[in-house]
Ligand binder design. Structure first.
Ligand code: CA
Ligand code: CA
Length: 459
């Protein structure tokens, strides 16, 4: 009897191993602060991203994807733990999960979920913001060389005092192989060329185009006569006070007036475009390694940015807003032998966690607040009843559907934009007394506002 039980146990074990071995690998690629200045999204006519575009061509491209937190830390916590900022209470960059042992005990991160399901987990570069808890989530931790290379990067030195230390932009002249994203990409390519004894969950992140916008001079010089984004001089006349407050609170970032008065707008746009191009080159190295390596046929690839970015649009810079320019992100998912296409249905980065465990056949996590994107991966034209919600600070939210953006601030301030007629969000249709049809849109979208309203952690 004992022998039979041992045999059954062995068969179950063999069965489980066979199942785990058959599961696809996952390559999750984060790009920091990349807006829709990507060829396949058409955000800037001069942007050059052939590698992102090639990945999109063999994937499903989500052209109406949005972040949940509107800066690095809350966005990445939301994505990696599968909950909204209004549930996690992580709304800002200064306070990380590593300071919350109870949160870490009570919630399972995306990589930890894969590790618990028999996957080998690897990481490099910027995936978590901060990263103090990396070893709890990944078996193998590669290089994380930092946002910039102190001692090598050449500062421009003419920025006002009080700006965040990373705020700088301009070409750099040292050896390209020393640039942080090159170092990360090199390590990733080596890992992708290796055989692994288990399926892998591999999450890595590029630092550019986050500030400092420091690309190699070769790449910088390949752009000429850059075009500036369009701005409506009177844009702020119809926005509520709360919008001014949340988007211009002291973030130690340049004002648009400073950029213009000091003649630096064009240089910053130029450097950002060059950083996007440089990052795309590094992505190309990684995708070549995947395509030419042993995992080409059995790896799900996901590429996303943690939030968008303003380069003067709506008279402001950086992230930290509830407007399209901040919330809209590239999101591309490639499934082996999967459907290729493009969808404009509103989707959230929050869906990455449930989608990946769905595609890989892993157990559900009841804490997740997002929905799996599998229906759209199988048919990009499938019916889709969901909206995308973004949050900035406690109880300020934006709701995006296929056509509209509705913003509701904690003090009751409102904005409504019609993307069919106003893709730049210049005309606030909720400013005074909305028309009956606009009031109807607001009433409908209001229903999607999150029910949770967690206090900010770390206060
Ligand atoms: Ca970021
Ligand atoms: Ca306006």
């Amino acid at each position: 009897m004992k022998t039979i039980l041992s045999l059954i146990a062995l068969l179950i074990l063999v069965g489980e191993c066979a199942t785990a071995a058959d599961r696809p690998n996952v390559l999750l690629i984060a790009v920091d602060d990349l807006n829709d200045w990507v060829g396949c999204l058409g955000g800037h006519l001069q942007t050059r991203t052939p590698n992102i575009d090639q990945l999109a061509a063999r994937s499903v491209l989500f052209s109406n994807a949005h972040c949940q937190g509107t800066m690095c830390n809350p966005s990445r916590i939301s994505l990696l733990w599968g909950q909204r900022p209004s549930s996690t209470g992580f709304y800002d960059n200064h306070y990380h999960v590593s300071k919350e042992p109870e949160f870490l005990k009570a919630h399972v991160s995306l990589p930890a979920h894969f590790a618990a399901s028999g996957y080998k987990t690897l990481t490099a570069g910027k995936v978590f913001h901060g990263g103090a808890t990396l070893r709890k989530h990944f078996h193998v931790v590669g290089p994380r060389p930092g946002q910039w290379l102190k001692g090598r990067d050449k500062k421009t030195h003419d920025k006002p005092k009080g700006w965040h230390g990373t705020w700088d932009f301009g070409p750099q002249d040292y050896d390209e192989s020393k640039f942080t994203d090159h170092v990360v990409a090199t390590w990733v390519t080596e890992q992708l060329g290796n055989k692994h004894d288990k399926p892998f969950f591999f999450a890595f992140g590029f630092y550019r185009p986050h500030v400092p916008f420091f690309p190699p001079r070769r790449v910088y010089d390949s752009f000429r006569n850059v075009q500036l984004p369009r701005v409506d001089e009177n844009d702020w006349n119809d926005i509520p006070d709360a919008a001014r407050k949340v988007s211009m609170s002291n973030r130690k970032i340049p004002t648009h007036d400073w950029m213009r008065e000091n003649g630096r707008w064009e240089q910053a746009v130029h450097a950002y475009l060059a950083c996007v191009r440089w990052t795309d080159e590094q992505l190309g190295r990684v995708l070549d390694a995947l395509d030419n390596g042993p995992h080409a046929e059995n790896t799900i690839v996901v590429l996303f940015s943690d939030h968008g970015y303003h380069l003067g649009e709506k008279h402001r810079w950086s992230k930290f807003s509830l407007w399209e320019r901040t919330t809209h992100v590239p999101l591309i998912i490639s499934v082996p032998d999967g459907v290729k296409g493009r969808t404009g249905k509103p989707v959230e980065l929050l869906s990455i966690y449930p989608t990946l465990i769905d595609l890989c056949g892993l157990p559900a996590n009841p804490r997740l607040e997002g929905v799996s994107l599998r229906p759209l991966l199988e048919d990009p034209k499938a019916d889709w009843e969901h909206v995308a919600i973004s949050t900035l600070g406690q109880n300020n939210h934006a709701v995006r559907d296929e056509r509209w953006r509705y913003i509701r601030y904690a003090d009751g301030g409102k904005e409504l934009y019609d993307h069919h007629t106003d893709p730049n969000e210049w005309n606030n249709l909720a400013s005074e007394s909305p028309t009956p049809s606009h009031a109807k849109v607001i009433a409908r979208l209001k229903n999607y506002l999150p029910r949770n309203n967690a206090p900010q952690r770390g206060q």
